[in-house]
Ligand binder design. Structure first.
Ligand code: SF4
Length: 396
């Protein structure tokens, strides 16, 4: 269901967001495991950048001045297909439209097969101050299985080029539990990442998504996929190795050197308001109630048609109730290693966490999935491994 601009103009008087996400739905080649919305292209067209600029204009119509943006995140898709001049234009327009804090974190996701030193230096000059490098693996066999367009050498070169281009904050993304991957291969990937010494490492377990070529190839219990024990062992190996090298395991899938957590993504887990622009982008606006979530249509052509007609292409709007917001507070906040605090819950909702979720908390503590202390609750390492079993207990 599409909404017209008018009803949103009224609501925008009350909204609040301090984070901006821009979705760039273009990739040099579609990876067979990927379920993100993107279309094959060797560049991000100016016509799409124009749509993002127009969407900013439409959103800002009737918008009361709020707090400036604390972070901007270019995600995708492959945002590194943008030209530096396009990135500079989007950042500049976002700053003039919404305001931008002087120390804002500005992240761009980079596919190592799409960049060289000059391009990265251009992103840095455009005010990007953090890169997230989609390496996925340093093993050529695994990169071939994943259908990535880059080699392990290119990934290392992209990291080195990012440093020489002046980036002091670089993250590396890795995936484990890949078809044919052994524990030794995974440890080698972690070791190679550590040798590069990035500020941030994200470690995702492969999830075979419905509708992808991987689902057809590895559906059911394909013997090439690591079994649950091996996958759990890989998660634990990452935890042991990365924390031993000084990285804080601050979220289920994320590790950072002290002071180098992703501020933008941390905002998602704390339920900060954020605005998503572009096809398939999602938003949480923190209004006077408990927040409103919605997405933009995932149809790239439909997104363009709607924006050109002066209408925001929003769908699946959900005005959160008290119980929705309480559940989100728990299952998003528990993703963070520090967990959720009793006092913060009470401040937000005016009632006690244990009064609301006491039964679920006690059961999860007795199963060894949650740990409770005087100030709050957090996942145990076993709870991190079985986090979906935990989160479902907070959903009404
Ligand atoms: S580059 Fe990233 S977004 Fe694009 S198809 Fe591959 S995994 Fe998906």
């Amino acid at each position: 269901m599409m909404d017209t601009l008018y009803p949103f103009r009224l609501k925008l008087q009350f909204i609040m967001f301090t984070r901006l996400y821009l979705h760039i739905p273009f990739c040099p080649r579609k990876c067979p495991y990927c379920a993100f919305v993107s279309r094959e292209s060797d560049h991000a067209p100016d016509s799409y950048v124009d749509l993002l600029l127009e969407e900013m204009r439409l959103v800002s119509a009737g918008l009361a001045p709020g707090r400036p943006l604390e972070s901007i995140y270019f995600g995708g898709g492959t945002p590194s297909l943008l030209e530096p001049r396009q990135v500079a234009l989007l950042i500049d327009r976002a700053a003039r439209t919404f305001g931008l804090a002087a120390n804002a974190e500005i992240t761009l996701e980079v596919n190592p097969g799409t960049v060289d030193h000059e391009r990265l230096a251009g992103f840095r000059a455009a005010s990007v101050n953090r890169l997230s490098l989609g390496v996925q693996s340093f093993d050529e066999r695994m990169l071939a299985t994943l259908g990535r367009v880059h080699s392990a050498r290119q990934a290392q070169d992209a990291f080195t080029a990012a440093r020489t281009a002046g980036f002091a904050d670089v993250g590396i993304d890795l995936i484990h539990a890949l078809p044919g991957q052994t524990a030794e291969m995974w440890r080698a990937d972690l070791g190679q990442a550590l040798r590069l010494a990035p500020e941030h490492i994200s470690v995702y377990g492969l999830s075979v998504e419905e509708g992808t070529p991987f689902a057809a190839r590895y559906g059911g219990d394909d013997p090439l996929l690591p079994d649950d024990d091996l996958a759990a062992g890989m998660f634990e190996a990452a935890d042991d190795l990365l924390t031993a090298h000084g990285y804080e395991h601050y979220e289920i899938a994320n590790y950072a050197l002290p002071g180098r957590r992703s501020r933008h993504n941390s905002g998602y887990w704390r339920r900060d308001g954020y605005l998503g622009l572009g096809a398939a982008a999602h938003s949480l606006l923190r209004d006077k109630g408990f927040g409103t979530r919605f997405g933009n249509t995932a149809d790239i052509d439909g997104y363009a048609t709607s924006i050109r007609a002066g209408s925001l292409p929003r769908c699946d709007e959900m005005i959160l109730t008290l119980s929705d917001a309480m559940a989100e507070f728990m299952f998003l906040g528990l993703r963070l290693a520090e967990g959720v605090e009793f006092a913060a819950f009470e401040r937000e909702f005016g009632c006690g966490m244990e009064e609301t979720f006491g039964e679920a908390i006690s059961e999860l503590v007795s199963l060894g999935l949650l740990q409770r202390n005087d100030t709050g609750v957090r996942l145990t390492r076993r709870g991190m491994l079985l986090s979906n079993r935990v989160f479902v207990r907070f959903i009404a």
